[in-house]
Write a protein that binds this ligand. Structure first.
Ligand SMILES: [Fe+2]
Length: 265
């Protein structure tokens, strides 16, 4: 049986080399542990057993390990202003051989190639068609688990504490552009190049809901309630958060996610 506790210890010891006073680092440790747990849970719910379930959990533990170096080198988690953190994670693990520190006993025989591929692909807009079905399955579980926890991160942690510094200068537009709303109506993620305002950024985060592959992921996201909070029209005090037009667009988004998922949000 795979020794998850030992693997978690290796991860925590690695993370502790970085500045644990830094809020970015502390949030990333929490995110990682949550994604590992969700990945293991989703794998089990999808009928995976034994080594494969542990491997799915392990992928969650490894997927963002390059974030620590990214925070140290650049002080930001904005990939476009620093480095692609998925590539950095895989490079540190498999080229700089950080992976050697982790226990391997109890993982499936083909773990290495699948791990490198799934980690490199975990933040990409879509998965390549050419992936074999087994690699695709693990990559999809990891991506669903990651998105599930990203809704929590976005809904509960202020921007500077989860992203760090950013040079992005958002314009404040009154409404999301037709291009962004086309993504909503077509049920797909918003490419980063067409997001220009804080509100469009907000819409595009919520659009990750369209990309969830598994029923168990959608059910978990609904139960956790963070996406519901992101789609809310009013804050805890009942005050409207967005302008009237933005609120209308958010309402369209909520309806479209409901249609895509076949449930009311
Ligand atoms: Fe990531």
């Amino acid at each position: 049986m795979y020794n998850r506790e030992q693997a978690k210890d290796v991860f925590l010891r690695y993370a502790e080399q970085y500045d644990m006073q830094n809020i970015l680092i502390r949030h990333k440790v929490e995110h990682t542990i949550r994604v590992a747990e969700l990945s293991g849970r989703y794998a089990k719910a999808l009928g995976m057993v034994g080594e494969d379930t542990d491997f799915a959990w392990f992928l969650g533990l490894l997927h963002d390990i390059g974030r620590f170096e990214q925070a140290r080198r650049y002080g930001t988690f904005v990939d476009s202003q620093s480095a692609d953190h998925a590539e950095l994670s895989a490079d540190i693990l498999f080229q700089e051989e950080l992976i050697d520190r982790f226990p391997k006993e109890g993982l499936p025989g083909d773990w290495r190639i699948i791990a490198e591929t799934a980690i490199r692909l975990h933040n990409k807009l879509t998965l390549p068609e050419t992936l074999d079905s087994r690699t695709r399955r693990f990559a999809e579980i990891l991506r669903d688990a990651d998105k599930t926890d990203i809704f929590r991160v976005i809904a509960s942690i202020p921007f500077e504490d989860r992203v760090g510094s950013s040079r992005a200068s958002f314009t404040e537009t009154e409404e999301a552009s037709p291009e962004v709303m086309a993504c909503v109506l077509e049920h797909r993620c918003v490419p980063s190049g067409i997001r220009h305002s804080r509100f469009e950024g907000h819409i595009s985060h919520c659009c990750m809901a369209f990309e969830l592959v598994f029923e168990i992921s959608r059910r978990t996201v609904k139960e956790e309630g963070w996406l519901g909070m992101l789609l809310a029209e009013t804050d805890a005090e009942g005050k409207q958060i967005w302008t009237d037009r933005q609120t209308e667009q958010l309402c369209v988004l909520r309806q479209e996610i409901g249609k895509a998922w076949g449930v009311l949000l």
